[in-house]
Design a protein around this ligand. Structure first.
Ligand code: ADP
Ligand code: MG
Length: 254
């Protein structure tokens, strides 16, 4: 199949009461099977809007978006969305939170439950299955949220600034953790972030966006960094070079 997501000349305008707001102007890129792509751009440039269009929650004003070869016409089972905050429900246990996506889709049968239990065990949450979210660290909560997204077995994960609520030190560890799980599960991922270091430490390719309305300024291939996990990448000289390159690209006021 190859191309899991393909955007071609995507444009998206919101109809505000007074005027039309152009959020996305002209964006084209793709996501290949097993690939990790980061979308980097300043706050308010249209990143979440783009994820919304891919997830079938927003409709493009022009251009095309396909998921697994089909034009997007609404939410797709191929896609798992991981939102900005973990959105775990405090009144549910970790296991019940992890099962939520399946229950919403009415497919929490024995086989799926077993899959969730296996994921909780594989990623160190077995002993916490009966606990409530407030009893877990920020990193564990993030892992539980990822397992909930993985439970429905999507081909593509969309992550919208998933670490923004975490403090710096936790963020480093959690992003490494999430990267490893996504790799191990063989999923393709599209990560939205305004954190350049996070993008360089996690992605195979980086799509750099302009200020609103979003345009593609550059698409960069991380090359030799690709196979390395996030914490190892941060030690490499190429890491600083990519960081500077993207910094300059974003700083350039167009
Ligand atoms: P980002 O995720 O890059 O921070 P967003 O995609 O959330 O940016 O928003 C892009 C622009 O579109 C912003 O100026 C925002 O105010 C505007 N916007 C987002 N959602 C709506 C909406 N539902 N109606 C009108 N304008 C919106
Ligand atoms: Mg956003």
């Amino acid at each position: 199949m190859g191309n899991l997501i393909s955007l071609h000349r995507a444009r998206l305008c919101y109809q505000a009461p007074q005027a039309e707001v152009e959020a996305v102007s002209d964006v084209s890129f793709d996501l290949q099977e097993g690939e990790f792509v980061a979308l980097v751009g300043p706050s308010g440039c249209g990143k979440s809007t783009l994820l919304g269009a891919i997830a079938g929650l927003e409709t493009l004003s022009a251009g095309t978006v396909t998921v697994c070869g089909k034009a997007v016409a609404g939410p797709s089972p191929h896609i798992g969305l991981m939102p900005q905050r973990d959105q775990l429900f405090e009144w549910r246990t970790i296991e019940d939170n992890a099962l939520l996506g399946l229950q919403v889709r009415h497919c929490a049968d024995a086989a799926h439950r077993e899959h969730v239990e296996m994921l909780l065990a594989r990623y160190g949450l077995k002993e916490f299955a009966g606990k409530h979210p407030s009893q877990l660290s920020g990193g564990m909560r993030q892992r539980a949220a990822l397992i909930r997204t993985l439970a429905t077995d999507p081909d593509i994960l969309l992550l919208d600034e998933p670490f923004s609520a975490l403090d710096y030190q936790t963020r480093l560890q959690v992003s490494a953790d999430i990267w490893r799980i996504i790799r191990q599960e063989g999923k393709a991922a599209l990560l939205v972030t305004h954190d350049i270091a996070e993008a360089v430490s996690m992605a195979d390719r980086i799509v750099v966006l302009s200020r609103r309305p979003a345009r593609v300024k550059a698409i960069l291939d991380m090359g030799e960094l690709r196979p390395l996990p996030p914490l190892e990448r941060r030690e490499k000289p190429q890491f600083a070079r990519w960081f500077d390159r993207i910094w300059r690209e974003l700083d350039d006021n167009e």
